[in-house]
Design a protein around this ligand. Structure first.
Ligand code: ASP
Length: 355
């Protein structure tokens, strides 16, 4: 009788330290304690932040989104395991989300005020600080691939509009008819907002003051992004978006602005943001998180929270970020109700979260 009890006791004692360690390594479900002795491959994606109230998604839609996020995060992680670079993994994952109508990027891009899709994207290599960005695209199937082409095959960082599309053609980056980006759901969203705008205009005519909320952009986002740490310890970040529904023709948000929506530097972190772009640009959100780490030695989660939950919040903006430091520690922060996101935990398992 004594033997089995002592065996159980021994097993418990042996397992206890790893249990405690696992607990310590998990803050809010996010692993935290990677250091120079135990860096790891790391991969995190987001599919946009915004008002995603519980229950506002049908169970089917939520399942579809979760399944896609898991598929994408696993694909990026497998690429890293196979020895691909962080830049490769970021491009691969973002292409997959651009090809899905579920997200506001590529295929599922939102419509601007004129009923057109105008796409923005950027990518940055944390090792070299090389960066590529594109904005105001109408025909590029995968803007992230064009951003990478600008980074690697041009002397520039940013190209926009017709010129960027001319460059896409020269570089054999796939172009599609504008119809490719049409989705009924996004079209209906625009029509709804245009109708609301008209009503507000009538209010104005009748002399009634506009409510402050009427100045807010439509509060549902869906931009995509990825951050990665590869086997050589190199970070990369990328972001792709259709922008914000009903944005003015020619408006460019933060997603293609290096230092605002995207940033990567092996000395600090890789960041991809999503949210109200005008605020992300003014606050240089991505670079600010990196600066917090560089100048104040803040851990990545704290740096992300400081910028999103304090600075962005105080300024009146909303959105979120995913971030990674050079050891594979993850920082995830948002001040919206939800943010579609997925990461690989310290056991190599995919974790998908919305709220
Ligand atoms: N940040 C994007 C923009 O302002 C929108 C988003 O993230 O949903 O263009």
């Amino acid at each position: 009788m004594k033997k089995p009890i002592s065996l159980v006791l021994m097993a418990v004692l042996c397992l206890l330290p790893s249990f405690v360690l696992a607990q310590k390594r998990s803050i809010g479900g996010v692993p935290q304690l990677q250091g120079p002795q135990n860096p790891r491959l790391a991969f995190v994606i987001h599919g946009g932040a915004g008002v995603i109230a519980r229950g506002s998604l049908t169970p089917e839609k939520e399942k579809e989104i979760r399944t896609k996020l898991e598929e994408v995060v696993l694909a990026g992680y497998k690429a890293l395991q196979a020895g691909k670079t962080s830049v490769d993994a970021v491009e691969l994952a973002i292409r997959m989300m651009e090809d899905s109508p579920l997200f506001n990027a590529g295929r599922g891009a939102v419509f601007n005020h004129d009923g057109k899709n105008e796409l923005d994207s950027s990518i940055m290599d944390g090792k070299t600080q090389a960066a590529g960005a594109v904005a105001g695209l109408h025909h590029v199937k995968n803007p992230i691939t064009l951003a990478r082409a600008v980074m690697e095959r041009s002397p520039h960082v940013m190209m926009v509009g017709d010129g960027a599309e001319k460059f896409a053609k020269e570089q054999n980056v796939e172009l599609v008819d504008e119809k490719y980006f049409f989705t009924q759901e996004r079209w209906d969203e625009l029509q709804k907002i245009l109708k609301e705008e008209k009503t507000k205009l009538l209010d104005k005519k009748s002399g009634e003051a506009l409510s402050p909320s009427s100045e807010l952009p439509y509060n549902k986002f869906g931009t995509v992004g990825a951050v990665a740490l590869d086997k050589d310890g190199n970070l990369a970040a990328g972001t792709s978006t259709g922008g914000m529904t009903n944005k003015k023709y020619g408006r460019v948000g933060d997603s293609p602005i290096i230092g605002a929506g995207t940033y990567a530097n092996n000395n600090s972190c890789a960041v991809s943001g999503t949210g109200w772009g005008e605020f992300f640009i003014r606050l240089t959100v991505a670079r600010d998180i990196a600066s917090m780490m560089e100048y104040h030695a803040l851990p990545v989660q704290q740096a992300a929270d400081r910028v999103i939950k304090q600075k962005l919040q105080t300024a009146g903006g909303d959105g979120g970020v995913i971030a990674l430091d050079k050891f594979g520690n993850i920082g995830i922060s948002f001040n919206t109700e939800g943010m579609y996101r997925a990461y690989i935990d310290i056991n190599g398992k995919p974790v998908v979260e919305i709220y």
